[in-house]
Write a protein that binds this ligand. Structure first.
Ligand code: IPE
Ligand code: IPE
Ligand code: MG
Length: 224
């Protein structure tokens, strides 16, 4: 049985789900948020220590303003309403990505991180304005400026995921088999699961099935 510390998820398919069921991409994002809550609960049950959720990429700024505004208003409401509950459950929230949002949202994000920073049950890494290529370039620049040698270990100290073990599992929902600039370095040895279901249709049963499959995989890491 493989140990499981870290699950990363590309939560894709909200827009298509929304158009199909509610004639609105935005309502798909709203539905997707309920699934996030289910998967957080399930992760705690499985004693998973790190859950990384791709919520907004550096490329998602290309979307219509109305959709972007809706996504960030959902996030804001979620944090305002739920951060105390997350805190009670001993969940630590960490943002990965560049916090270049409105003054108010930046403050809310920083306050939420601070409030939960000592929590130990589950760490949620929320990838917001995150892009792996940007992260890698920034890390290269910082390592170059430092006195340290170019080694894998030293390089990882400058990634936004420093002190976080690499994902054991990467899940992408939404019937698309690509990585969309997510954690390109960190998933070097992750077990990858591409799910046909759109994110709002994904449920704890699907999540548990993946975990069961993962546990039985022979992970070689180059060995035999
Ligand atoms: C993923 O769902 C959520 C975000 C990128 C914010 P999409 O909005 O990409 O949904 P589809 O892929 O268009 O259906
Ligand atoms: C990836 O989904 C980003 C998030 C889930 C936040 P996209 O829907 O943006 O990916 P592409 O553009 O289809 O590759
Ligand atoms: Mg998509």
């Amino acid at each position: 049985m493989n140990p499981l510390q870290h699950v990363a998820i590309i939560m894709d398919g909200n827009g298509r789900w929304g158009l199909k069921h509610k004639k609105s991409r935005n309502l798909g994002h709203k539905a997707g948020l309920n699934v996030v809550e289910q998967i957080i609960k399930e992760s705690i049950k499985h004693k998973i220590k790190f859950l990384t959720l791709f919520a907004f990429s550096t490329e998602n700024w290309k979307r219509p303003k109305k959709e972007i505004n809706y996504l960030f208003s959902l996030l804001e409401t979620f944090l305002k309403n739920k951060i105390d509950e997350l805190n009670k459950k001993q969940i630590k929230l960490q943002i990965i990505g560049n916090k270049k949002f409105s003054k108010d949202l930046n403050k809310l994000l920083i306050d939420s991180e601070k409030k939960t920073q000592k929590n130990k049950v589950l760490q949620i890494n929320l990838a917001l304005n995150y892009g792996s290529k940007f992260e890698l370039i920034e890390a290269f620049k910082k390592l170059k400026k430092s006195k340290y040698k170019f080694t894998e270990k030293n390089f990882e100290k400058y990634l936004q995921t420093k002190n976080i073990p690499d994902p054991d599992i990467l899940i992408r929902t939404g019937n698309t088999q690509r990585l969309s600039n997510f954690l390109l370095w960190q998933i070097a040895y992750a077990e990858v699961f591409f799910e046909k279901k759109l994110w709002p249709d994904f449920n704890k049963k699907d999540f548990n099935k993946i975990i069961e499959k993962y546990k039985k995989i022979k992970r070689n890491f180059g060995n035999v």
